[in-house]
Design a protein around this ligand. Structure first.
Ligand SMILES: [Zn+2]
Length: 145
């Protein structure tokens, strides 16, 4: 049996974003602000495997999870959320914070392009979780245009 769900959220598996033992849950707070139910796909690097995949199977696997969610729940919106200080992006060896953020913004936009062509009738929204100054695990989630 399938049920309708408002949206599909693709984000990173990093524990700092969700379900922490200290009670903080940035994903939960984010979803409440959206006022939408969300299927959630957690992957190392969020949407990274759509663009920078070492093996085609990685990309296929992410695309498969997205397809299953949309087929089952027919969500009208796809939300893509990457975050700062992502371990899955450590191979980029960014020389500055600006460079790191720009890479994520570019990747999010590229992922939107890819998914738009596959799912032309879906609304796709981009978000990025920035670290608060002088913290390693406190985030603010901002919308990317
Ligand atoms: Zn991450």
């Amino acid at each position: 049996m399938s049920h309708y769900c408002d949206s599909l959220l693709v984000t990173c598996e990093d524990f700092r974003l969700h379900q922490r033992k200290d009670g903080r849950n940035y994903l939960l707070d984010f979803i409440k602000q959206l006022k939408m139910d969300c299927d959630i796909i957690t992957r190392a690097g969020g949407i990274k495997d759509l663009i920078h995949y070492n093996k085609k199977e990685f990309r296929d696997s992410l695309e498969r999870d997205i397809m299953v969610s949309l087929n089952l729940h027919n969500s009208h919106t796809i939300i893509l959320l990457n975050h700062e200080d992502c371990g899955a992006y450590s191979n980029f060896s960014f020389s500055s914070r600006e460079e790191e953020l720009q890479q994520h913004y570019n990747d999010l936009k590229e992922a939107k392009k890819i998914l738009s062509s596959q799912y032309p009738n879906k609304k796709i929204e981009l978000y990025f979780a920035e670290l608060l100054p002088n913290t390693k695990d406190e985030f603010i989630i901002k919308k990317i245009n």
